[in-house]
Design a binder for this molecule. Structure first.
Ligand code: ADP
Length: 298
């Protein structure tokens, strides 16, 4: 295999967030102060992050699902969360727009900030947060409404359009950006559920875009789609990153390699390694990452 070793981001002068704790491949040395993200190999920070998580733990009842996850989310970049089933990828993703609030047994500790503000602050309006941090789910889930209404509903309830003309414009632009307009422009009144699976997922993306998010979370968005529909969504993700930060959970390493610039590898609730996607897939530093990407595990 042709090995391409990608450079890591330059280390910030403060060394903040850089793991200097020994991993199995690094020589052990004195480490008197706990480091942020110390359990993770690679650089967990980025310049000017849109979101930052620090020491995030999630419990479902007594069971801990993720441990001390510290990770920055970069603007205009796709980060892929990979790892074996049950390792906590979706749990972490759901922390970023407080979707775990909807699970009664879930408890989140640690800090997650967006533009420096704690999203778990009790003054945080969760509806506003979810408008800024939109989510696309595994199974396309259009509302039982028309194609038009699926996209117009959010902008209407968030008061983003002054009148019907503006609402029509938002609906059209969102459908265009989701690559669906040409396929649906003559049947906007038809039910969203009348579309194919891939079209429904693009409709859900249009619905997310319509309320001007800054971050889009995608939880295995292609797992219910055929390869052609998957390729369209992957192309779309690449286009959307010009405007949004995108976090995608995927069980497909090929997909992670195709769509992301940065990859986070989770294992049994721990964030094991983070780095540039090319580097993670060609030169993983942690044995667990290497085992996973070479198919020896998971
Ligand atoms: P992944 O996305 O990597 O497959 P999850 O985040 O879905 O992993 O799950 C992480 C762990 O948390 C698993 O052990 C899973 O069984 C558990 N878990 C996930 N959701 C719930 C829930 N709603 N209630 C209880 N346990 C859950």
């Amino acid at each position: 295999m042709n090995k391409v070793v990608a450079e890591e981001r330059p280390v910030e002068s403060s060394d903040a967030g850089v793991n200097v704790k020994p991993s199995h491949r690094q020589p052990a040395g004195p480490d008197p102060t706990p480091q942020i993200g110390a359990g993770t190999v690679g650089i967990i920070t980025v310049d000017n992050p849109i979101m930052s998580s620090r020491d995030v733990n999630v419990f479902y009842g007594d069971k801990q699902a993720i441990r001390n996850v510290s990770l920055d989310i970069a603007r205009n970049q796709v980060i892929a969360m990979i790892g074996p089933s049950g390792c906590g990828k979706s749990t972490f993703l759901r922390c970023l727009n407080r979707m775990n609030d909807t699970i009664e047994s879930a408890r989140v500790t640690g800090s997650i900030t967006m533009d420096g503000r704690d999203i778990y602050d009790r003054r945080q309006d969760v509806v506003q947060l979810r408008a800024r941090v939109g989510m696309v789910f595994q199974k396309p889930n259009p509302f039982p409404k028309s194609i038009y209404e699926n996209v117009a509903y959010g902008p209407r309830i968030h008061g983003l359009a002054a009148d019907r003309v503006e609402l029509d414009e938002i609906a059209q632009t969102s459908l265009q950006r989701a690559g669906l307009w040409d396929e649906v422009k003559d049947r906007l009144a038809n039910p969203g559920t009348s579309l194919s699976g891939g079209q429904q997922q693009r409709l859900c993306i249009a619905r997310t875009i319509a309320i001007n998010p800054e971050v889009i979370l995608m939880d295995e968005p292609c797992s219910a789609l055929d390869p052609i529909a998957t390729a369209r969504i992957e192309d779309l993700i690449d286009e959307l990153r010009a405007s949004y930060a995108i976090c995608i959970v995927t069980h497909s390493m090929q997909q992670a390699a195709r769509v992301s610039q940065r990859t986070a590898y989770f294992h049994l609730g721990d964030l094991i390694e983070v780095g540039e996607t090319d580097r993670i897939f060609t030169n993983p530093r942690h044995k667990l990452t290497e085992d996973y990407i070479t198919g020896r595990f998971g």
